[in-house]
Design a protein around this ligand. Structure first.
Ligand SMILES: [Zn+2]
Ligand SMILES: [Zn+2]
Length: 120
């Protein structure tokens, strides 16, 4: 592959934005990839966006884990007080408690599936 601008020069890579072959003279090495002189700012903006998305995603498991424990705790509290109340297991608090526990388990399984998807 030869440079898009110089037909006699071998391309060192392709611009991350327009995917045209560019020679050393036409390219700008940005550390994480190269860009042609026209698209330096475009490639930089994309890189910033991508690295920000990675940061947001890495925060996700922490938040989900908190939600799971929160519902599990809520479920146990409701179930405990529901079980000890007059209505026992047929009263609403106990049923709600069991519902919360089931919800947290479903959330836990769903998070696990999501993670194994990301890893593969
Ligand atoms: Zn370009
Ligand atoms: Zn060139």
């Amino acid at each position: 592959m030869n440079c898009f601008n110089h037909e006699d020069k071998t391309a060192v890579g392709v611009c991350k934005h327009c995917h045209k072959g560019i020679c050393k003279e036409c390219s700008e090495d940005l550390g994480y990839g190269i860009a042609c002189k026209e698209h330096i700012s475009e490639v930089e903006n994309i890189e910033k966006l991508v690295s920000r998305n990675i940061k947001v995603n890495s925060n996700l498991p922490k938040n989900t884990t908190f939600t799971i424990y929160f519902y599990l705790f809520l479920g146990v509290v409701f179930a405990f007080f529901g079980y000890n109340s007059k209505g026992g297991v047929y009263d609403l608090p106990f049923i709600m408690g069991v519902g919360f526990i089931i919800f947290s388990i479903i959330l836990f399984i769903r998070t696990k599936i999501l993670f194994s998807d990301e890893k593969s």
